[in-house]
Design a protein around this ligand. Structure first.
Ligand code: C5P
Length: 232
């Protein structure tokens, strides 16, 4: 199974289909709010019918009852992975898992992953803007422990936190890491970035790669290079 999840941050269906047609076999893709809000949830069905595995990244964060209802409906789409914000709290995260179980097709619920701190959040922004004191790593580990207590399957974090999360929550607890950049890439809006090589060394279970692949001159070639590192 692929360890590289390609973030399909496109704004129209034609563009995303054209992009996916470059790949000769099914890959693991992430459908986020940009594509969903442009095309509606029908895009999930279209991409699933092409054979790809899907991480539906809508980062739910609301009162527990609303999250439960939302997740019940998302589970019916038959996606492989979806997520919530850990900052919604343990009761909300538990409700997310309940909703996924209720809506799951054939009793097989999608994986539920908690977003700890966005990889675009710096230490300074977390302290000064979000009003969370202490270090990013302490906050991320605290959120990961909450996610585990709530029954989630893992968390979204940066590469730099993956090892500590595995130590705190166990090797089976999944770490899904965006903020991936090749050494030659620009960082863009991301702050806590790392290369695929470091992600591999730190034991990340999945890496999420967007612009490094989607904006490359030859996306398939960059994807294959990254996969070779991750599988190596
Ligand atoms: O283009 P880039 O590789 O920076 O894209 C990263 C993707 O991962 C985006 O779709 C973004 O929404 C998502 N993401 C993130 N940080 C998180 C959670 C999700 O960058 N903590």
């Amino acid at each position: 199974m692929s360890k590289t999840i390609v973030a399909l941050d496109f704004s129209n269906k034609e563009e995303v289909i054209k992009f996916l047609e470059q790949f000769d076999k099914p890959i693991y893709v992430k459908i986020g709010m940009e594509l969903t809000y442009a095309c509606g949830l029908d895009i999930v069905k279209t991409i699933k019918e092409m054979g790809h595995q899907i991480f539906l990244d809508l980062k739910l964060h609301d009162i527990p009852n609303t999250v439960k209802g939302g997740m019940k409906n998302l589970a019916k789409l038959g996606v492989d992975m979806t997520n919530v914000h850990c900052s919604g709290g343990i009761t909300m995260m538990k409700a997310a898992v309940e909703g996924l179980k209720e809506g799951a097709k054939d009793g097989q619920r999608p994986l539920c992953i908690g977003v700890t701190q966005l990889t675009s959040t710096s230490q300074k922004a977390m302290n000064d803007e979000l009003g969370i004191s202490g270090s990013v790593i302490d906050c991320v580990i605290h959120y990961a422990k909450n996610a585990k207590e709530a029954g989630l399957d893992g968390v979204v974090c940066s590469v730099h936190e993956a090892k500590a999360i595995h130590e705190a929550c166990g090797e089976d607890f999944l770490t899904v890491t965006p903020g991936i950049r090749l050494a030659s890439d620009s960082v863009d809006d991301q702050k806590r970035v790392a290369t695929p090589q470091l992600a591999k060394e730190e034991g990340c279970d999945y890496i999420v790669v967007g612009r490094s692949i989607t904006k490359a001159e030859n996306p398939k070639m960059v994807f294959d290079q990254i996969e070779t590192i991750m599988e190596g």
